[in-house]
Design a protein around this ligand. Structure first.
Ligand code: EPU
Length: 425
């Protein structure tokens, strides 16, 4: 796998166009299985999570054709086979095949999903929801076998508003018999996107965007065409970069209301943002002061932007805190950030990072420990003096569409290298 090399400290100007949302499309593709006709999904990002879902779809006999940034999915030849670990462990979102196949075929046999190791990440709420709909569940050495002779609507209360469990239960419920109610449902924009997709096929989901989803089961879902919403985490990552290096840098084709928790924090720190209908722009970089962040479910500050916010806080004057409330192990990027020159302490049982600013970073050889941690390393490299080489970049490519080209296009000195020249004997 190549590495990313960045020569830091270049001002960035121009426009970065944000792609379709990873956490939406990874649910929309398995959801397409539920459709009894062809579906077209537009604005699909160029990320390896999509490639890995495509491999599972094709393994199941589903036709998935790419046409530019669109995919055409036809599941009329679907074969409900056991999904092996080599396929499901490539990404977290493979768990959406549980809900989709249970809804469509009333049975699923698949291996435990993969994903970034940022915490324990159990799927007990998903399974509890499927059981409430009438499925029986057997687990054998990481292989899950779910069966339901009759899938029947039910009232399901989620202990926490889990994104994955909300979507997975929705997928199983849209073709169940009768009415399902999901209480304490997650309300992330990606969930609204999935609901709109299913409703445009003829599903009957009410309360879209609220914490109470009401699903009236239907027998048949018809063809539809759907545009994936902009990726708010990719958007937020580039707005953070613009805050640090923007010299007239516009982050466009986004929904600014989806990243208000971020833009309000950046403004609190002193960033002058120009916020338009579908863009956020930074015209010049200033001096910033530290702020405190606590990660929360939507519309709170997203855990997925906490790691990319770290290099920003390193560049602020004074002390900042990040409290991570969602995952137990989401500070793995801190070690390399400190090696590059930051002053950061972790406390509170690995849940609180205290960042002492302002520090100047220096380029080093670093490691992408996970998707957002990897993006955080890209930002560290962009603001550091000298050369940064990032290893293990497959994590970054899982979720950031064309990141090298997008950054190069606005003036960053960034490239893929096949080997690290400094390692030459
Ligand atoms: N949880 C449980 N049991 C469950 C489900 C969740 O204990 O059955 C816990 C999790 O361990 C976590 C919390 O509940 O502590 C929230 O998890 P959630 O289910 O909401 O997360 P997820 O569905 O696994 C999705 C995104 C993540 C994002 C979270 C939170 C996808 C494929 N993944 O994960 O995205 O961090 O929601 O917004 O949609 C990323 O993009 O970098 C990423 C990790």
């Amino acid at each position: 796998m190549p590495k990313i090399e960045i020569v830091g400290n270049k001002k960035l100007s121009g426009e970065i166009v944000v792609s379709g949302a990873k956490n939406s499309v990874v649910a929309l593709i398995p959801a397409a299985i539920l459709c009894d006709e062809k579906v077209i999904i537009d604005n699909v990002p160029n990320i390896s999570d999509v490639d890995n879902l495509e491999a599972i779809m094709k393994y199941l006999g589903v036709s998935l054709e790419r046409e530019g940034n669109s995919v055409v999915i036809d599941s009329k030849r679907l074969e409900n086979k056991s999904i092996p670990c080599e396929l499901s462990a490539k990404l977290r979102a493979s768990y959406y095949f549980m809900g989709a196949l249970l809804g469509k075929c009333r049975s699923v046999d698949m291996c435990f999903p993969g994903g970034c190791s940022i915490g324990e990440r159990p799927i007990n709420f998903h399974l509890k929801g499927f059981e409430k709909l009438g499925a029986s569940i057997r687990e054998d050495d990481g292989q899950f076998i779910l069966e339901a002779s009759d899938l029947c609507g039910s009232e399901i209360f989620l202990d926490v508003p889990s994104v994955g469990a909300t979507i997975n239960i929705l997928l199983a419920a849209v073709k169940a018999r009768g009415k399902t109610v999901i209480e304490n449902a997650a309300m992330e924009p990606e969930i609204i996107d999935v609901c709109k997709f299913l409703n445009s096929m003829g599903a009957k989901i009410g309360g879209v965007g609220s914490a109470r989803l009401e699903i009236e089961g239907v027998d048949y879902l018809h063809s539809c065409r759907h545009m994936v919403i902009p990726d708010r985490i990719e958007a937020g990552t580039y707005v953070i970069i613009a805050s640090l290096l923007g010299d007239g840098l516009k982050v466009s084709k986004i929904n600014p209301s989806h990243i208000e928790s971020l833009t309000s924090k950046l403004e609190e720190a002193g960033v002058k943002l120009e916020i338009g209908g579908d863009y956020v722009m930074v015209n010049e970089v200033g001096e910033y002061k530290g702020v405190d962040i606590t990660t929360m479910v939507y519309p709170g500050f997203p855990t997925d932007l906490q790691q990319t916010m770290t290099p920003f806080l390193v560049s602020c004057n004074g002390i900042s805190h990040i409290e991570e409330t969602i995952y137990e192990n989401r500070f793995q990027n801190i070690e390399d950030t400190v090696r590059m020159g930051a002053s950061i302490e972790i406390s509170g049982d690995n849940r609180v990072a205290t960042i002492y600013g302002k520090s100047k970073l220096v380029g080093k050889k670093v490691y992408a420990t996970d998707l957002r941690g990897g993006a955080s390393m890209v930002i560290c490299g962009l603001i550091a003096d000298g050369v940064t080489v990032i290893d293990n970049i497959h994590y970054i490519l899982r979720g950031y569409s064309d990141i090298i080209d997008k950054l190069k296009g606005v003036g960053a000195d960034i490239r893929l290298i096949d080997f690290d020249e400094s390692e030459e004997c």
